[in-house]
Ligand binder design. Structure first.
Ligand code: ADP
Ligand code: ZN
Length: 700
């Protein structure tokens, strides 16, 4: 039963991960706590039971925009769903309550405030089947997004004791998890924890890229993904404005977004982004909370995020539809200095510093990044992922002891008084004024590192810092110092491995590892335009009509019958009914316009010869083709142009026989050749049947 609903209503072929188990559990009226990453498919876990249960399922959700999105998506699938929150007028609310009381609504979304104010009024009159609490971590003070309204839901469980409760969240550590269960008073809940691995997201990191190069890279990255939506996260409001300006000047469809903008403007930008009218948003982390847009194709971090939780959540906004999407993180040591200061001022210095350190470890990783990321969330990945920059281009390790000793002896001889750039200048024997002025050209290590470029030295020194041989004294003009471990290397008591610096411009082009089918991009654009037009007419975001995944499948498989169309992922009966014809007519047009040219000419060549008086057998010989092919050319030719005289090619007896059989056959069989062949006692050859049917098709 749940599987039937998955197929016919939602248009998907199979459940993902724990979905089926969760649904069966809930259908037994038992409580559940569901942990699934963003885009994992939490919604179906309560939506399908809601359709099976009698009565109304109430869904508590903290964000108005998310609620609206979900309800629109459900309605597009033909499900009666509504929401009540502060955005409804009293009249609208009245009507929805009436309908709910009448049992006309299957899923009713409520904000937590609303739920609390009505829990003792009309809510008690509803035939309630279940309560689902989305973003359940909001109930916990331990979570990162505590909401007092959620905390007040403690008594609900007792009040509605006979129905199941299901709590869902994408982020919850162990403490928060226990807190959710306790605060909601869930009764013997089963906890379902899904993998947090988002395989469709490629993970890429670029370190220490000068600002100008970074901008160039970002522009190229975006250009390679024209027409795709993406988000760029920056640390400061000013950054977002500057970068958005730069990109806009370059002709991209872009806007900046941060908490300092007037609410109306923010809403407007968000709306435009959701509706695909605006492709790129440059934002502070204030952006994205309420965004459920499924076709964000890429996320760039312009700076290092302050912890892995935040990073994971932000990259998680890409690829919710499961299609390959790219993420790219830039960081440099200035970010680290700044973030260290933030951490110190945060009031939770130790823990924030520790989190920053873990973030940095991820960014500096020389082994599979996904394994590191998942390990942070307590998940163990058995193999390298194959979809991160480290996997795609593994670092080459070399014995770096001598390189390290050169740098370290430089630091010591410069009395631990210089920062990175000066050290490199000295090592490379630069004759710049500052070096000469300080007399650094006289020390013994001057010029010992000429063979490496400035860029290479930068990379080596960064590695030595990461590996704990050198320290940056952030509190002392960023001067470089040797650690005890560094001294051991310098003295030759320790060896050290370094990786050969990557050349610039090595970021992966469009990831395509996960794209299985070749989509026709011209057709895709046509379908996308139609989707946009319908979305505008119906005043919903385009992905509510069909998400990108569905469109891509359409462009690849080119369905032209109802059955084929139903085979597209995300197409249920309702969507077939509402949109099938329009989309299929685009596909048909496209197919016709793009019929292989060769076929056209081979057909007309046959027709030309026929018109000149050659018999089918002669044409077959001339053209070195099967005679049946010639007959089929003539049949198709006749259907398009009935002035071609095909009468001489079949006997009038056979014509009458086929005509009779046709009138006896059901509509279903009339277009197949075999029934005619059999009913005519196998006496009329197939090619002749085909010709006669073409003839009859014009005989009205
Ligand atoms: P979450 O709430 O966990 O972030 P959603 O419930 O919004 O994720 O689901 C993310 C996307 O995956 C949606 O587009 C949804 O329709 C799709 N999806 C969910 N379950 C399946 C499934 N079994 N097969 C295919 N697509 C699915
Ligand atoms: Zn990897």
């Amino acid at each position: 039963m749940p599987l039937d609903i998955l197929k016919t209503v939602f248009g998907y072929n199979s459940f993902r991960g724990d979905q089926e188990e969760i649904i069966h559990h809930v259908l037994e009226k038992k409580d559940a706590l569901v942990l699934m990453p963003t885009g994992g498919g939490k919604s179906l876990c309560y939506q399908i039971p809601a359709l099976i249960f009698e009565g109304v399922t109430v869904v508590v959700s903290p964000l108005i925009s998310l609620m609206k999105d979900q309800v629109q998506a459900l309605q597009a699938h033909g499900i009666s769903a509504e929401y009540i929150n502060s955005s409804n007028s009293p009249q609208e609310e009245e009507i929805i309550i009436e309908r709910a009381l009448h049992g006309d609504i299957k899923l009713l979304y409520l904000s937590p405030e609303k739920l609390l104010t009505v829990s003792s009024t009309w809510l008690t009159g509803l035939n309630l089947s279940m309560i689902a609490i989305d973003e359940a971590h909001c109930i916990s003070m331990w979570g990162h997004d505590f909401r007092p309204e959620y905390a007040q839901m403690q008594n609900l469980r007792k009040q509605f004791s006979s129905i199941p409760f299901i709590a869902l969240t994408a982020t919850a550590d162990k403490l928060t998890r226990e807190d959710i269960v306790g605060q909601l008073n869930l009764s013997h809940p089963k906890t379902f924890i899904s993998s947090f691995n988002r395989e469709n997201l490629s993970l890429n990191v670029r370190s220490q890229i000068p600002k100008k190069d970074k901008l160039k890279e970002i522009k190229r990255f975006i250009s390679e993904r024209s027409n795709e939506s993406g988000i760029i996260y920056c640390l400061s409001r000013k950054n977002t404005e500057d970068l958005a300006d730069e990109l806009e000047a370059y002709g991209f469809s872009v806007a900046c977004y941060h908490a300092g903008l007037p609410p109306q403007k923010r809403e407007h930008i968000q709306e435009a982004f959701i509706n695909d009218d605006l492709k790129i948003i440059v934002a502070t982390i204030a952006f994205g909370m309420g965004i459920d847009k499924s076709n964000v194709r890429w996320v760039i971090h312009n700076n290092l995020p302050k912890n892995i939780e935040g990073y994971y959540q932000e990259i998680g906004r890409a690829g919710r539809d499961g299609l390959p999407s790219d993420t790219l993180l830039y960081f440099n040591y200035k970010d680290v200095v700044l973030l260290k200061q933030f951490a110190d001022q945060s009031g939770q210095q130790t823990i924030q510093q520790e989190k920053l350190k873990r973030m940095l470890q991820f960014a500096e990783a020389t082994s599979c990044r996904r394994r590191i990321l998942l390990a942070y969330f307590g998940e163990h990945l058995a193999e390298n992922c194959g979809n991160c920059d480290v996997c795609n281009d593994p670092p080459n390790f070399i014995d770096g002891t001598i390189i390290a000793q050169k740098a370290m002896s430089g630091i010591v001889r410069l009395k631990e008084k210089v920062s990175v750039n000066m050290l490199i200048n000295v090592l490379r024997g630069s004759a710049n004024a500052e070096v000469i002025g300080m007399g650094y050209n006289k020390i013994k290590t001057y010029g010992v590192g000429k063979e490496y470029s400035f860029f290479d030295w930068q990379s080596y020194i960064v590695q030595l810092i990461n590996l704990g041989g050198i320290e940056i004294a952030y509190d002392d003009k960023n001067r470089l110092k040797l650690t005890p471990y560094g001294w051991e290397i310098l003295k030759g008591d320790q060896q050290i491995q370094l990786t050969i610096p990557k050349k610039k411009e090595q970021i992966k082009k469009k990831s395509s590892a996960l794209v299985k089918k070749e989509t026709d991009s011209q057709l895709f654009e046509k379908l996308r335009a139609l989707r946009m037009q319908i979305a505008k007419e119906e005043n919903v975001p385009p992905y509510i009509i069909f998400n990108d995944k569905s469109l891509k499948e359409m462009a690849a498989d080119m369905p032209v019958t109802d059955n084929q169309f139903l085979g597209v992922s995300g197409v249920g009966e309702q969507k077939l009914l509402r949109f099938g014809e329009e989309f299929m007519s685009i596909i048909k047009q496209y197919k016709n316009a793009n019929k292989p040219v060769a076929k056209k000419s081979t057909l007309s060549e046959t027709l030309d010869l026929y018109k000149q008086g050659f018999s089918p057998a002669e044409i077959a010989e001339k053209r070195n083709l099967q005679i049946t092919t010639i007959y089929s050319h003539l049949a198709s030719g006749y259907e398009e142009d009935s002035s071609i005289n095909i009468m001489p090619l079949f006997s009038s007896d056979n014509l009458l026989t086929i005509k009779k059989i046709k009138s006896d056959l059901g509509a279903e069989d009339q277009n197949k050749l075999k029934p005619y062949f059999e009913q005519a006692n196998e006496k009329i050859p197939y090619h002749e049947i085909r010709l006669i049917l073409s003839f009859l098709s014009k005989d009205v």
